[in-house]
Structure formats: structure tokens, C-alpha cells
Design a protein around this ligand. Sequence first.
Ligand code: GTP
Ligand code: MG
Length: 401
Amino acid sequence: MENVYILQPVLSDDYAVLHEEAVALIESAGAAYAGTLYAKIREINPATFIGEGKLAELNELLRGLDVTVLFNGELSPSQTVNLSEGLEGKKVIDRTTLILDIFALRAESSEGKLQVELAQLRYLYPRLKGKGGALSRLGGGIGTRGPGETQLETDRRHIRSRIRALEEKLDRTEQRRDLLTKRRKKDGVRTIALVGYTNTGKSTLLNVLTGADVFVKDALFATLDPTSRRLEIDGMEFLLVDTVGFLQDLPHHLIDAFRSTLESALHCDLALVVCDASGASETQYRTTMQTLEDLGFSAPILLVMNKIDKLADGAGLPRDAVCISAKTGAGLDTLRKKIFEMLRDRFVEAELFFPYAQSAKYGALRPLISERAIEYADDGMRVRAVIPIEHAEKFRSYIVR
Ligand SMILES: Nc1nc2c(ncn2[C@@H]2O[C@H](COP(=O)(O)OP(=O)(O)OP(=O)(O)O)[C@@H](O)[C@H]2O)c(=O)[nH]1
Ligand SMILES: [Mg+2]
């Protein structure tokens, strides 16, 4: 297992949270945390980010050790190379590279893999300029994941054309998905998206609500590919969509790479913003809302505070939130009720009557509604159903009540 030593710049008050996350990121990447050196930054050294004295101190500390150095921030290409040179050639990676590594590890769908590769190449591309021998040190993050080194040694033109090919391929996938989203809209299925900070329990919640078996792990970015499952509440059918988790300082081009997959989830009728009530839920909430805003999101949201089983009491939790434990099941009934209430004004409940002569007509309209009860009378079918508001017009002549 690879050992990773953290070089933590101290620039603002939130460095402790960022540091804690870096340790979790290292473990999520399957590597081992080997220690930390904090570097107070008064002025950023353009060549190496940290000061010369700090770099010398770090070099002394790590002399003879087989470690990779994680700079817990973003480095320019030349800073990466200069730091590596100041550390006797040790591999130096930054936070983005590490996150991309985890993404590469987790991507399962072919689209997810294409998106990760695209993000990796886009990150590397400007970093390859005229770097010659230093190039291999920039390539890849932990282990040999990511675009392999041989691939990186091919020239920039090759990478440029690979980027273009990936973009085109993803465009095509996106068009196909748009079509699916449209069809779903037409079918009147309401979509509910699970969004929020990584590791807050979104996938666990999807599993308990729908009986699915989605991968859950105490790790950052356990989910990469959006997964959707049927969710039934009170006879009404919804589609519940799980999404990639967010993280503060998640680099923008990373979000860009996942924009298309996220967008399909964000075209939802309701978003459940899941926070970990036992963690830094304010940061989680702020980051999530900021990211959603960046993505141009506008659907209604419902705040869900998860993991309340880890709290002694509910003091201090936001009053407008639904408090639950996906683990013990506490609060799930309230959550279902609340979801239903928020989406209810988008439906009408009605009693319909279709004479038997019109049963073919009913057969055609039936997929648009949620049937509650059906009764076969002498003269025709009496149906009690919930109809999405946008389809109500089509049923007008059949509505009895
Ligand atoms: N104690 C407790 N643990 C929970 C609860 N819900 C989820 N967990 C744990 O939290 C960890 C993360 O859960 P996931 O469901 O993978 O979280 P996620 O939000 O999907 O995470 P990403 O996919 O990484 O964004 C797992 O170890 C879960 O078992 C809960 O209500 N209580
Ligand atoms: Mg997940």
C-alpha cells in the first residue's frame, strides 16, 4: 500500500476540516496516511507555494522514506515539479489529482469512466506544456490509476484529440439521456433527487426507501454514477435518483465533467438535500447549496438531517429539516409523508368512468396515471386514480368526481 504524507497549507480557519477530509480521501483512495506537516502561509511562494525553509524542513522529515506527498490544495504544474525536485524526486500530487484518482477507482458505468478520463486529461493537458522529463512525475496520482504513464508520454496533440473524441462521445450519450428524461416527463413520473455532501448517507437512504442494493461505504465518493430506483409512497410512483456527493473545494472542472449526469438528476421535481447531523452539517449544507446554484438548479428542496442515531438529542438541528436515521429507520415515515405533501399539488385525485366501449382508450391513457382502485360495473369501469396535473385535461370527459 502506498503511504501518503500530507503537506497542509494553513491559509484560513477551515484548514482543520480540510485536513480531516484529506485523511479520509487518502483512505478512500486505498492508500495509507503517513503524517502531516502544517505550513503557515503568509505569502504564497510562486515557485513552490510554501516557503524555502518549510520545504527544507519537509525534505529533512521525509528523507529516506518511501512516501508520496499530498499537497492539500491546488498546485500549478511548475509548483508540482519544483516541490518534487525539492523533495529529492518524491512524487507530489495535489488535492484534485487525488480526487480524480478516487473517481477513477469508483467509475463503473461506461459513461462514468469516460467522464473521469476526460476530467483527468483536461487537468493534465495544460500541465504537460514543455515539461519534458518532469512529465512522468505529473502523470497519475496514487498507484498507477489514471491515464497510464505511457499514454501521457505521447504528445499533447494526441491528448488533445483524445479529449475531443471523449467530448463527442459524451455528447452523444447526453442526447440519448435527454430523450429518456423527456419521455419520463411525458409519462408523468415524478423524479426525486438525493443530493448532498459525500458520505452523508444518500445511498443508504435510497436503499432503505426503495429496497435497492446500492453500494454503501464509509468512504468519500462511494457513489459516482447516478442510480435510480422506483419509490412508491401511498400508491403514487416516483423515481428516486442517487447522485455523486459534493465536497468543499471540489474543483470546478470536476463538477463540469459530471454536469451532464448531474443535470439529469437535477431536472427533478424535488431534491432531498441530505446532511450528516453528526458531522459538519453547516459546511455540508453550504457547499451543497453553492454547488447546486453553480449547476443552475431551481427545483424545490427538502432538507434531510440524517444519522440522528449518533446524536444524544435533536437540539440545534434546523427546524425546517426532516430528521431521520437511514440506519435505524427513525423518521422515515415522516419523510415519506413530507415528500408526498410537497408533490401532492402536482396531482389530482379523481374518479373516472370508462364505458366498456372505451376500454381501448383507457388502456392507452392508463400508463399516465396511478390507479388506486378499479371496479367492473355492468356498464363500464369505475376507476379511482391519481393523475399528474399536466395530464388531467386528457381525462376531463371521463371524470365523474
Ligand atoms: N450511524 C449511521 N450511519 C449511517 C446512516 N446512514 C448512513 N450511514 C453510514 O454512513 C456511511 C456513508 O453512507 P453512504 O450511503 O455510502 O453515503 P453517501 O452519501 O451515498 O456517500 P457518497 O456516495 O460517498 O457521496 C456508511 O458507512 C453508512 O453505513 C445513519 O443514519 N446512521
Ligand atoms: Mg453514495
